[in-house]
Each structure stands twice: as C-alpha cells, then as structure tokens.
Design a protein around this ligand. Structure first.
Ligand SMILES: C[S@@+](CC[C@H](N)C(=O)[O-])C[C@H]1O[C@@H](n2cnc3c(N)ncnc32)[C@H](O)[C@@H]1O
Length: 307
C-alpha cells in the first residue's frame, strides 16, 4: 500500500538559511498526507589537518600522533580514547552480544525489498557525491546498504560509524562488494552524538534510517554539521511520524514503545524533518514519500542539506 509517493526530483521543501524562510519549492499537492514534512589511510587523511576549533588542538595532535583515530568529538571531556568508550556507553547502553548479532543480521538480510524500492531515490541523491566528495562519513552505517552507491567515485574514502560493533563485518563485506579498496573503508564503533572526527573534515555525511535510533537527534545533527566542511552535503533518509489522526499514526503510537525495545531504540513518531530544517544548514532540500515495503515505517523524508 503506497500512502504517498513523490518522484525523487520533487522537493516539497527547500529552505535557505540566508533568509531562514521555509519555501515550498514545487507543487506539494501530492502531499496531502502532511501539510509540512512529517508532520591507516583513513585516519591519516582525516588527521591530516588538525583544524579542530574546539580549543583542544594540542591534545588532539598529541593523541592522533599515537592513535589510528582522529579525535575531537565535542562531547569528550579530555579527548582520550577512553572518553569515547564512556560516551558510547552513556549515549547507548551496552547490549548483550546476542542482541547486537541478531539485529545486525536482521539489517543485513531483512531489508532487501525496501532497498530495492528506494534504490531510485537513493541513486539520485548519491549522484550528488560524484566528483565533489572524497571523504564521506556515514553515521549509523549498519550493514552498509549505501556503500554500493559510492562505486565509481575513484579515490573516495568512506568512514562508517556505528555503535553496534557487529555491523562491521557486514559493512566491510558491502564495501568489498562495492569495489571499495579495503584501505578506503574504515569502521569505527561510535555514536552520532559524538563523532570522532575533527571539525570540517569531511565532504559529505550520509545517514539513512538512523535518526530514529539515536538517543539525541539534535546533538547528532549538530555533530553532522560540525564535521562537514563548508559547502559539504548531508544526504539523509529518515522515517517520521505519520500525520496526526490517521490510522497509521494510531498504529505508530501503539507500537512505538515495543519498536524501541525490539528494534534497538528505533522511534516511530519522531518529527525528524523538522529537526533537520532547524539545524541551521544553509540549504535543505527535503522530500517526503511512503514505501510499500516499509509498512508502518512511513512516511520517510529524504534529501540533501548543505552546510
Ligand atoms: C535502522 S538501522 C539503519 C542502518 C543503515 N543506515 C541502513 O540504512 O540500513 C539504525 C542504525 O543506527 C545505529 N545506531 C543506533 N544508535 C546510534 C547512535 N546513537 N549513533 C549512531 N548510530 C546509531 C544502529 O546500530 C543501526 O545500525
């Protein structure tokens, strides 16, 4: 059942922070559903320029000299690797191994029909990376369903962050299948709320179906903006709350607590499109669609935001 689907090219929301005004860009008549949206190669590259503006530059230089990972999340108190473990555990409480294993395997094997359906949308969004983005960060990379879209971008380096360490083997496999050389893909166990990269260090950030699961949406979006270089882009696909008063929204409200337990903290009723719009990106191109293979994980906002 398709509740609503807009073709990939029709942005229903396009904002420019020059004016801080939200402007409908093209006809949103299709959008009766909601009146507004929803309602060491790698470390070496990322450490190359320790341009962190958080005032801990000397510490970072010392730390990165001995560590494979560049350090500088705004949340870390002293930027030591043990801070990352502490932040990781504080933001997302540790889960038993069997749960992490199970969830990673569900993501790796259970999303195929959805991925097929959204492929045309993703192809169009990821085309924005061509020729412009050498360093890409993916937050909540999971089993790596987006890695195939990076194929053909010669020299691209992809840095995947996810708190579930069990995702790594699937993400690595996906990177290999996408033809990414092993040295061009790095996986780091971390959370979006404290991204272990310096300020303005990546050309693009990708996040698909992840802001539903993070503990703090706004903190994660601030981190996305922080690590993006000026002009860099944030590609997103996020499922959001259905319109109030609809049957779908009723189902979401009922299932939300259970979903958080069985699906690793996934929330069904967030209004993530609004969080993205309010983060202060210079431009946000935001679209909305529903997918028959996503059941009550609908509608979804997708698009590109520019720092
Ligand atoms: C629904 S899955 C989506 C995975 C992948 N992006 C995709 O499109 O299939 C949500 C992912 O977010 C990760 N995650 C959960 N909490 C997170 C956090 N605080 N920061 C970053 N990722 C998180 C989960 O481990 C999981 O891999």
């Amino acid at each position: 059942m398709i509740l609503y689907a807009s073709p990939p090219s029709s942005a229903i929301f396009s904002i420019s922070n020059a004016s801080q005004q939200a402007k409908p860009r093209s006809s949103s008549s299709n959008c009766a559903h909601q009146s507004i949206p929803e309602a060491p190669p790698f470390p070496r590259l990322f450490c190359h320029n320790h341009s962190c503006l958080c005032g801990r530059r000397r510490f970072i230089e010392a730390a990165t000299a001995t560590s494979l990972f560049p350090l500088c999340p705004s949340m870390a108190s002293s930027n030591s690797p043990s801070d990352y473990a502490a932040i990781l555990n504080r933001v997302r409480s540790p889960k038993p191994d069997w749960y992490e294993d199970f969830y990673a395997s569900v993501l790796a094997n259970g999303m195929k029909s959805y991925e097929e359906e959204i492929a045309v949308y993703k192809s169009q969004m990821f085309a924005n990376l061509r020729g412009k983005s050498q360093k890409v960060l993916e937050i909540g990379i999971g089993a790596g369903p987006n890695l195939k879209y990076y194929a053909g971008n010669e020299g691209m380096e992809v840095y995947g962050v996810d708190p579930n360490q069990k995702m790594e083997k699937y993400a690595r496999e996906a990177a290999k299948n996408a033809g990414l050389p092993p040295e061009s893909f790095e996986f780091k166990q971390a959370v979006g709320e404290a991204i272990p990269l310096p300020d303005a260090s990546v050309d693009a950030v990708v996040g698909t179906l992840v802001l539903c699961s993070v503990t703090n949406v706004d903190m994660t979006l601030r981190e996305v903006k922080r690590v993006l270089r000026p002009g860099g882009l944030y590609i997103f696909v996020e499922h959001v709350a259905a319109k109030e008063g609809t049957v779908l929204r009723f189902i979401q409200d009922v299932l939300d607590p259970l979903q958080q337990i069985v699906a690793d903290g996934c929330h069904l009723t967030r209004r993530t499109g609004q969080n993205i719009i309010q983060t202060g990106f210079s431009n946000v191109d935001l679209n909305i669609a529903s997918f028959s293979n996503a059941a009550f994980i609908n509608p979804q906002v997708y698009g590109v935001a520019y720092r």
